[in-house]
Structures are given as C-alpha cells and as structure tokens.
Ligand binder design. Sequence first.
Ligand SMILES: Nc1ncnc2c1ncn2[C@@H]1O[C@H](COP(=O)(O)OP(=O)(O)O)[C@@H](O)[C@H]1O
Ligand SMILES: [Mg+2]
Length: 278
Amino acid sequence: MIALVTCSELPSGSGEDELAERLGASWAVWDDPSVDWAAFELVVVRSPWDYKDDRDAFVAWAQSVPRLVNPAPVLAWNTDKRYMGEVAAAGLPVVETTFLALGEGLPDELPEELVLKPTVSAGAQDTGRFRPAADLDAARALLAHIHASGRTAMLQPFLASVDVRGERALLYAGGAFSHAVSKGPILAPGEVASMAIDEDPEMAAAGPTQEERALADRAVTWLTERFGPLAYARIDLLAGEDGSPVVLELELTEPSLFLGHSPGATERFASAFQALAR
Ligand SMILES: Nc1ncnc2c1ncn2[C@@H]1O[C@H](COP(=O)(O)OP(=O)(O)O)[C@@H](O)[C@H]1O
Ligand SMILES: [Mg+2]
C-alpha cells in the first residue's frame, strides 16, 4: 500500500483523487500520531501545506518515515528558500534575491517595485508587492511581521512579466519531463497576498519555450547530481527583466502537480511512484 501525505485541513488531498485511485493509495495526515508510516511500501508527500507553520516538526517527521519521497534530506533542504543562494552559486539564473536575516532592515537601494516574502512559505503566504516610493511603510510592516515569526525574509525585484505572461511550472516525473503549465499572477500592487491553502491562480496548460525547458532540465540535472533521482520535481520560472527565464523556486517538497492539465500526466506520475514502491 502507498500512502499519499496531506494535512488535516485537506484529509483527502487536493484534486488528486485519480492519482490516489490509480495507485490504490490511501491518504494520511503528516502530523496524525496514529499513522504507522513504516507499514507503507512508499509514502509520497503531496499536500501537507500547513507545514510552513512548523517546519521543524515537519522535517523531524520526514526523518522518521522509512520510505519517503521526496526523501527527508531533500525536504530539509527545500523547505527553506535560502537554498536559492546555492542555486545561484551553481550558475543557474535565478530571480535576484537579497536575504534579510532577523534584525536586518531594508537596504537603502531598492528596486522600483519589489517583492518581500519569507524563506519558509507556501501558497504566497506573507508575500507582498510594493513600490518603495508609495508603500515603504507597508513593506517595512511586512518585513517586521516575517521577522517576528522568526523567519528570514527575501527581497526581490518584482518581475512585471508575471502579470502578462504568468509563471511557468515545469513538472518532472521520476526525473523525466512530464508537462508544463502557466500560472496567472497572484500579487496585487501594494498588498500582501491572501490565498486559501488549496487555492491556485488561473492555470492553463502551456508548452515551455526551448529556453525554459533547457533551464528546467539543467536544474533537474543539478538536483539529481546532488540528491539522486527525484520521484517528482516542479521547476518554477519567471521571465527576467531581459525576457530570458530565471528560477523562481525549485518545488521538491509539496508541489501541486497540475495533473488535470496534461493528458497522461496522472499515469506518468503514478508509474514513477509505483516503480519506487516495488
Ligand atoms: N520576484 C517576483 N516577481 C513577480 N512575482 C513574484 C515574485 N516572487 C513571487 N511572486 C509571485 O508570488 C507567488 C508566490 O511566490 P513564490 O516565490 O512562488 O513562493 P510560494 O509559492 O512558495 O509561496 C508567485 O507564484 C508569483 O506569482
Ligand atoms: Mg510558488
């Protein structure tokens, strides 16, 4: 039996009934103490989206599960976006990012429009878009809020292409490219985003450009060299200021796989998981 991991708010996952059925899998809540994780052939992390409120507990849980995908070292690395510094150091183009540790204020030189977000987050939680010329106080208030919760903040230029072209998410099943989707904009000017835990912006199937595909492939190769083969990965890209793709994040923990947007995607991911369960 395979277990698909979710959170108590979404006890039967989020839009993945078909995947569960195909795998003959059962849903289990990551912080439910009554679950015997060792009893499963494979435990696949899917929608434990409340972990952001207690990342340490989530990582400790991951370390306690014998046959977990993605494995605990991947989750420990991937649940704190300070990893983006390593992605940049590896030579992959990323959204320019300044990390603001506890006690650090906004730098004097700021982009005309900026994004502030925590290093531990999902679903655009505590993520805001501001023009310093107009909304400096609101930006400072969000930074203080992120720091008050004990998290490091990330400062990035707001890449305006997201409003026109959206974000691209490239999905990989067992290391092989499966499909891509475009994700509509989430951030409104001068505001902190507010989305429900299982809410997605406007989504559509989208073929990646050659450049996007090449960058996402490079990222997956780099990750595989580092961690070994990954059962699932989602590479999220934005168009940078010059139009070429840059990495926004590497989703190796609990990405929505947007299976409904590509014929055959459910089967591809189910096969990747089944191969590991055997
Ligand atoms: N630098 C940026 N420029 C434009 N939009 C951004 C930027 N950073 C984040 N966003 C928007 O905010 C959303 C959430 O940010 P993201 O970095 O993906 O964190 P998470 O998905 O983990 O909450 C993105 O999907 C995108 O719409
Ligand atoms: Mg994201």
